[in-house]
Design a protein around this ligand. Structure first.
Ligand SMILES: Nc1nc2c(ncn2[C@@H]2O[C@H](COP(=O)(O)OP(=O)(O)O)[C@@H](O)[C@H]2O)c(=O)[nH]1
Ligand SMILES: [Mg+2]
Length: 309
């Protein structure tokens, strides 16, 4: 029963959390009831997105942030998203296995997600998994993604604070700035600052950001050496600053509203699509497929025809 599940989630029972995640990912019977039951208990966790090119140190930064957050007696859940990975769930944990606990009242939880095993689309699933962590009472949720595709952008847009990681050897700085990362970043981390070129990147990034800054928020750039933990406290402090900024400026409510609307729109399409594809519709389509390509009704007319059927 969703109510029992909710109670166990609130105890941060790791088995219930895992079970609920699978239920949502696989759209098992009752998953929408579960999501509806937990909904009033969501919207409390602070959501941080970390994105950037592969190898720039996202995982290392995430691990360091988690360590720091736990020292502060704050609970944190991590959702690592990798659309290209063939693995899912606990398969790729490697040395991150230490995050996986088998107790009640755990204060950290690690989950990796890939396209496989995400029935409702990866970005949507990741957000629903975050809702499960949210209802379980985790204070902070970190989404870690490779910042390239639409899936990642969708996930990142749902975060309250977005950190973009760069490295000195990103080289062609201007190129990456055109890649849309400038617009989504609330904070930048120049990681691997132990390497040459960090200062140069800092200067050019700072210059480029002048256009982005508003009266109330100057996008901070933090130099980090994640492997040593250097700059992580500063990065965390800037996240806290950003949290204050969006809380005081109503932006947090705007973000919640956006998330709410987006979820409704997603499910309207989802429900209508599911209802629409009856056997009759399928067989009408299959009939058309038997015709030579150029003799077929155009896909646009076909869509209209099927909808009116
Ligand atoms: N020199 C140096 N290496 C780092 C630093 N941060 C991470 N690395 C290394 O860079 C590699 C990629 O890091 P990872 O966190 O897996 O990057 P991700 O692909 O963005 O998640 C690993 O071998 C890390 O040990 C850093 O600040 N300096
Ligand atoms: Mg990684």
């Amino acid at each position: 029963m969703p109510k029992d599940i909710l109670n166990n989630l609130k105890l941060k029972d790791s088995r219930t959390i895992s079970r609920s995640i699978s239920m949502v990912e696989n759209k098992e019977d009752g998953y929408l009831d579960l999501l509806s039951t937990i909904f009033p208990h969501t919207g409390n966790a602070y959501r941080i997105g970390i994105t950037g090119p592969p190898g720039s140190g996202k995982s290392t930064i995430t691990d360091q942030l988690v360590k720091l957050i736990l020292e502060k007696k704050i609970s944190v859940a991590v959702i690592a998203i990798d659309p290209s990975s063939p693995f899912n769930g606990g398969a790729i944990l490697g040395d991150r296995v230490r995050f996986v606990n088998d107790f009640k009242n755990i204060n950290t939880f690690f989950r990796s997600m890939s396209t496989r095993g995400s029935q409702g689309g990866l970005a949507n699933s990741a957000k629903l998994v975050a809702d499960i962590f949210d209802a379980s009472g985790f204070d902070i949720i970190i989404f870690e993604t490779v910042g390239v595709g639409q899936v990642e952008i969708d996930v990142i847009e749902a975060a309250d604070s977005v950190i973009v990681t760069l490295v000195p050897e990103s080289g062609d700085d201007i190129q990456m700035m055109k890649g849309g990362l400038m617009e989504i970043a609330d904070l930048f981390a120049i990681n691997k600052s132990d390497r040459q070129g960090a200062d140069r990147l800092y200067t050019s990034l700072n210059k480029a950001l002048e256009l982005n800054n508003n009266e109330f928020w100057r996008t901070p750039i933090v130099k980090t050496v994640a492997t040593r933990g250097d700059g992580i406290q500063l990065l965390y402090d800037q996240i806290v600053n950003h949290k204050e900024y969006i809380s005081n400026s109503n932006k947090r409510f705007e973000k919640l509203d956006k998330r709410y609307i987006k979820t409704i729109k997603f499910y309207v399409s989802d429900i209508l699509t599911d209802k629409f594809w009856t056997e009759e519709i399928d067989s009408r389509l299959n009939k058309e497929l038997k015709q030579d390509y150029n003799k077929r009704i155009s896909p646009f007319e076909m869509a209209n025809f099927l909808i009116k059927k």
